[in-house]
Design a protein around this ligand. Structure first.
Ligand code: SAH
Length: 556
C-alpha cells in the first residue's frame, strides 16, 4: 500500500508561472515537503495539506522523509523552485530511493513535474539572451569542488556559451563570482552584456543590465541569477539579445529575400555547415561536369586562391601593385592541395582607380573570357563583374591583369569607389585613393562595405552616400560616415569631420574599417553597426534624423 512522490518545480515564484500539472499535484497531495521560503511562496494554493518544512541545508532529510511517508501510503509533493531537475530535489529523491532498494517497477510511483527554471524566467525579463547555445553553472562549492567549477567556467567561456550562473554569491561565498569574472575576462570582451536578475517574478524582483567589466559593482546575492552574453550578444536599449544567426541568410529589414525557400538549405548557401566543410575536404578529382555542379568555394576564396597562385609565380613580383584582396596562409595551403576542378568564378574588374575608360583590347579580353558560358555583368553598384566557369582561376586573373585590369574579389569585402578626378585633371588626391585601394580594397569584412573617394567638393560620384565617404577639398579631406544607399531607411552619410590632413586620411579610414571588422556582427552593415556602437574611431553616431511624415504624395 505505497503512496507516491511527485517532485514539483513550481517555477520562479508567481502563481501565473506554475503549470497546471504542478498546481494539481500540490493540491491533491497529502503532504507538502519543502524549504521554508518555497513553502511560503505556494502556501496560498494549499487547502489542508500536511506541511513538512525544513531549512536550507536539509535536503537529504527532506528526501528521506518523503520516501518514508510515501512508503507509508501517503501522496507526497516535494517542491523545488524553478525546475526540480535543475539544482533541485529530483535527483536527490531518486538517489535516496535507490539507496533504499527501490526500483521503478515498484508500486511506489515517482513523477517529476517540470517547471520554469531561473535561466528561462530571468532571460525573459532581460530580453532574449539565451537564443543560442547556453549552459548553467552553479557557483556553489558546497557539494562540488571549486576546481571543477572553475574548469567548467573556463570551458564555457572558451566555447562561447551564453552562461547562466546560479548560486552566484552568498554571505560567506563571496570570492567565487570574482574569480569567475576574471576567468571570463580572459575570453570575452569587458563590454559583454551581463544581466543580473534577482527574485524573478517575485515581489522583490530587480533587474540590472550591466557588462562583464562592471558586474561586480552591482548587488549580487543568493536570489540572483547572472546571465553572461556570448560574443554576439548585444543591448538594444534595455533589451539583451543574442542573435540566433538568421542574419547569415536573411535580410531582416526586407520582405523580399535574397534566397528563396528552396535555396536556403542548399549547401552553397551554408558554407559554415558540416556538410559544406565535408564536401570541401572530401572532394576527389571529379569529372568536369560533376565538379562544376558541386563547386562550393565562394568567389572571394577563389579570388584569393587565384591571387596566391599569381603571387607564387615569378611574374607576379613585377605586378604586385595590382590588387586582389589579401592572401592568408590557409588559401596558400588550399592552392597547393586543391584538385583542378571547374568552378564558378566571379571577379570585379576596373581599368584603374581613377581611370574609368575601358580600351578596346580590354573589352575584347572580357568578351573572350566570357564567350562560352560566362557573362559580363554590370551591377547595381556600377561595377563590371566577370562571371565564368573555369578550371584555372589563376590563368583568368593573369589574363585580366595582362590586359591592364585591376581585379577585385566580390562578396563581403571592402570596395573602394573613386571618382574619375575630372578625367584625371584634378589629380592631387589620386595617390590617396590608390593607397586606400591597395590597403583595403578586397579586404574581407562582415558585410560589403563601400568607401567612396571624391577628388573635389562637387562629390559628383556620390562619396557622401556611401558607408564611408571622403571628399578632397583645399588640400584636405572631409569625412562622411554611415550612408545607406538602399531600403526605406536610405540616407546619406553624415559629415563627421572637415579638413583632415591628407597624410592622415588613409590611416584613419583603415582604423574605421578595423573597428568595423572586429566589432560588427556577421552580416551587420556598417550603417547599423555605427548606430549600434555609437562611436567609431572617436566619431559619434548622429541620432537626430527622425523621418518627417508627409501625407500627400507630391508634397504640395
Ligand atoms: N531549481 C531552481 C534552481 C535552484 S538553485 C531553478 O530551476 O531555477 C538556486 C539559484 O537559482 C539561486 O541562487 C538563483 O541563482 C536561481 N534562482 C532561483 N529562482 C530564482 C528567481 N526567481 N530569480 C532569480 N534567480 C533565481
Amino acid at each position: 500500500m505505497s503512496g507516491s512522490i511527485k517532485v514539483v518545480g513550481f517555477g520562479p515564484g508567481s502563481f501565473e508561472h506554475i503549470t497546471d500539472r504542478a498546481r494539481q499535484a500540490m493540491v491533491t497531495s497529502h503532504v507538502i515537503i519543502g524549504y521554508h521560503t518555497y513553502v511560503d511562496l505556494i502556501r496560498d494554493l494549499l487547502v489542508d495539506q500536511e506541511i513538512v518544512r525544513t531549512g536550507m541545508t536539509e535536503e537529504v532529510s527532506r528526501a528521506q522523509t518523503a520516501v518514508k511517508l510515501a512508503r507509508a501510503g501517503k501522496d507526497v509533493a516535494v517542491i523545488s523552485s524553478g525546475d526540480a531537475g535543475v539544482y533541485g530535489m529530483a535527483g536527490l529523491i531518486y538517489e535516496v530511493l535507490i539507496e533504499s532498494g527501490w526500483n521503478p517497477s515498484e508500486s511506489l510511483q515517482v513523477e517529476i513535474i517540470p517547471g520554469i527554471s531561473a535561466i528561462n524566467s530571468c532571460a525573459s525579463l532581460l530580453g532574449a539572451p539565451i537564443m543560442h547555445d547556453a549552459c548553467t553553472i552553479s557557483l556553489s562549492d558546497h557539494l562540488t569542488p571549486w576546481e571543477t567549477i572553475k574548469r567548467r567556467v573556463e570551458a564555457a567561456a572558451m566555447a562561447d556559451f551564453v552562461i547562466a550562473l546560479y548560486n552566484p554569491r552568498s554571505g560567506r561565498r563571496t570570492s567565487q563570482i570574482v574569480e569567475t569574472q576574471q576567468i571570463l575576462l580572459q575570453y570575452r570582451s569587458p563590454d559583454t552584456p551581463v544581466g543580473l536578475v534577482k527574485s524573478a517574478y517575485r515581489a522583490q524582483q530587480h533587474v540590472v543590465r550591466t557588462t562583464l567589466a562592471h558586474m561586480l559593482e552591482q548587488e549580487i546575492g543568493m536570489l540572483t541569477t547572472v546571465i553572461i552574453g556570448n560574443s554576439t550578444t548585444f543591448y538594444h536599449g534595455d533589451l539583451m539579445i543574442t542573435p540566433r544567426g538568421y542574419q547569415r541568410k536573411y535580410t531582416l529589414d526586407q520582405v523580399e529575400q535574397r534566397l528563396r525557400p528552396g535555396e536556403r538549405l542548399h549547401v552553397e548557401n551554408e558554407p559554415w555547415s558540416l556538410r559544406a566543410v565535408q564536401s570541401k575536404e572530401n572532394t576527389p578529382v571529379l569529372t568536369k561536369q560533376k565538379a562544376s555542379m558541386s563547386a562550393t568555394l565562394d568567389s572571394l576564396q577563389l579570388a584569393q586562391e587565384a591571387l596566391s597562385r599569381v603571387q607564387m609565380s615569378a611574374t607576379s613580383a613585377q605586378q604586385s601593385s595590382t590588387l586582389l584582396g589579401q592572401v592568408n596562409e590557409r588559401s596558400q595551403m588550399a592552392v597547393q592541395t586543391a584538385p583542378q576542378q571547374v568552378v564558378d568564378f566571379v571577379v570585379a574588374v576596373a581599368p584603374g582607380v581613377a581611370n574609368k575608360r575601358f580600351t578596346a583590347e580590354q573589352l575584347i579580353c572580357l568578351a573572350d573570357l566570357a564567350k562560352d558560358q560566362g557573362e559580363v555583368h554590370y551591377t547595381a553598384d556600377h561595377q563590371i563583374e566577370l562571371r565564368i566557369k573555369t578550371e584555372d582561376p589563376q590563368a583568368v586573373v593573369d589574363q585580366l591583369r595582362e590586359a591592364g585590369f585591376y581585379v577585385f574579389p566580390v562578396g563581403e569585402v571592402v570596395k573602394v569607389k573613386a571618382c574619375d578626378f575630372c578625367d584625371g585633371e584634378k589629380a592631387e588626391s589620386i595617390p590617396y585613393a590608390r593607397e586606400l585601394t591597395n590597403r583595403l580594397g578586397g579586404r574581407k569584412v562582415p558585410k560589403e562595405l563601400c568607401i567612396g573617394v571624391n577628388g573635389c567638393a562637387m562629390a559628383c560620384y556620390g562619396a557622401v552616400l556611401e558607408d564611408i565617404g571622403i571628399v578632397y577639398r583645399k588640400g584636405k579631406f572631409d569625412l562622411f560616415l554611415g550612408g545607406k544607399t538602399t531600403g526605406r531607411t536610405a540616407c546619406a552619410a553624415k559629415l563627421m569631420a572637415e579638413g583632415i590632413p591628407a597624410n592622415q586620411i588613409v590611416n584613419l579610414v583603415e582604423q574605421i574599417v578595423n573597428e568595423y571588422s572586429e566589432q560588427a556582427f556577421p552580416s551587420e552593415r556598417f550603417h547599423k553597426f555605427f548606430a549600434r556602437v555609437g562611436i567609431v574611431a572617436g566619431f559619434s553616431y548622429d541620432k537626430t534624423t527622425a523621418p518627417v511624415v508627409v501625407d500627400t504624395v507630391c508634397g504640395t
